[in-house]
Structures are given as C-alpha cells and as structure tokens.
Design a protein around this ligand. Structure first.
Ligand SMILES: *Cc1c(COP(=O)(O)O)cnc(C)c1O
Length: 220
C-alpha cells in the first residue's frame, strides 16, 4: 500500500477522539507532502535539524510536534512554529522554552514527560520531580508556556501486560496532576502515549494522542 492509503486506512480505524501524530522522522519531505495531501496535518519529528529542514520545505498548515529529547540550546530553532513539545523533563528546559516563546510572542504548549518504562533512561520525570517543578516559584512565573498534559513511553517489550501497567501508571499521574494542579485548566487534557506496537493498549488505557511512525510510513 502507498502512504496515502496506509494513512487513510489507519485513521479510519481510529476512534474519533484520538489525535494522531504521524511520526515522519527519517522520511523525506516528499513523502510527508503526499501524506498531507490526504487531509492529515499533524506530524511529529524527534530531531531539531531534521524538523527545521522539513518545516521550510512543507506547507505552513502543517502542525509540527516535537516528540524527542530536546536540548536547551536548540529550543530557539523550533520556537517560532512548533505546536506541541511532548518531552519536557526539566525546569531548566521549560524555562528556555518560556524564554524563546516570549521572543516569538507566542505561548508554546508542552507536555511533561514521565519515565514509566522499566528500561533505564536518562529522560523523563518521576512523579516527585514533577511536583517539585510545578510547585516552584520559577514555574509559576512562566507566562509563555502552557502545560497541556503528560507524555510517556512504555518499555520496548512484547509483554503487553507490562506495557498496560506502565500506561496505567501514566494515566494515574495525569489524573493526580489534573486534580491537584490543573483542576481549573481545561487545556490540561492530553495523555500522549502509544506508538506503532502499543497504541491500541494505550487507547484502552486513556490515551488522547498517539505517536505512530512505522505503522503509517513503513520501516525506517
Ligand atoms: C519514533 C518515535 C515514535 C514512533 O515510533 P513507531 O514505533 O515508529 O511508531 C513515537 N514516539 C517517539 C518519542 C519516537 O521517537
């Protein structure tokens, strides 16, 4: 199947309230353009240079999500146009996003990334660290970022019981944060979880945004 058929098929089988970020990393701009022509406009990239290269070549209507680990010194390159930054895992990064958003007279939507997988990874907050961030005076002064939810990646395993339990943990964090810190913020409503191999489980566990690459664009 071609990319257009693949994408249309995928979307037709998705519950209507789930937002798809089509993860186009490593795929050329031409392929993204083809996908865009089906009427889908939300794409995700995980490298700053690759994203900015593609962004200038492709239609302005594309809603670009940054889904990877973001280095502070690179925030300025995506701040003019990025729609959602999925993987914010420190106060320092959030401060830089706030600064660059202000420079661009924007408010940039962000998700807090949580470490939910068994695999050791440098990236992602644990729950206590997130609370520390949200209770800091510095965070409370940020006017040019908006936290709209949480993001996480499950362990890379075929054991779906484990994956499900990790997604449950993330949903739990989301619910607690909503109740304790964002009860009066309707914008805080996104749970970014689920990739090609586990998006169905993620949806069952309450995902609102899935990030899918391989299932749509083929192997990288
Ligand atoms: C690559 C990537 C995805 C998509 O992975 P697939 O298995 O190809 O669907 C999702 N999220 C993040 C953070 C990624 O880096």
């Amino acid at each position: 199947m071609g990319i257009q058929e693949n994408l249309t098929d995928f979307l037709n089988n998705l519950p209507p309230n789930i937002k798809l970020v089509a993860v186009s990393k490593t795929k050329p701009a031409q392929i993204i353009l083809e996908a865009f022509k089906t009427g889908h406009w939300v794409f995700g990239e995980n490298k700053v240079q690759e994203l900015t290269d593609k962004q200038v070549q492709l239609p302005e209507e594309i809603e670009w999500h940054f889904i990877g680990h973001l280095q502070r010194n690179k925030v300025k390159f995506i701040a003019p146009f990025v729609a959602l930054i999925h993987a914010v895992d420190s106060l320092k990064l959030l401060a830089e996003i706030n600064k660059q958003a202000l420079n661009n007279q924007r408010v940039i939507d962000c998700l807090l990334q949580f470490h939910i997988a068994k695999e050791s990874s440098k990236f992602g907050l644990d729950y206590d660290k997130a609370i520390e961030l949200l209770e800091s005076d510095r965070y409370k002064g940020f006017k040019n970022i908006r936290i709209t939810g949480v993001m996480g990646m499950a362990t890379f395993t075929e054991n779906m019981t484990q994956v499900r339990s990790e997604f449950k943990t993330l949903k739990n964090y989301f619910d607690n944060l909503k109740k304790n810190y964002f009860s009066d913020s309707p914008a805080f409503r996104e749970l970014s979880m689920g990739m090609s191999d586990d998006y169905q489980v993620a949806i069952e566990e309450g995902s609102t945004i899935i990030r899918v690459g391989t299932k749509i664009f083929g192997e990288r």
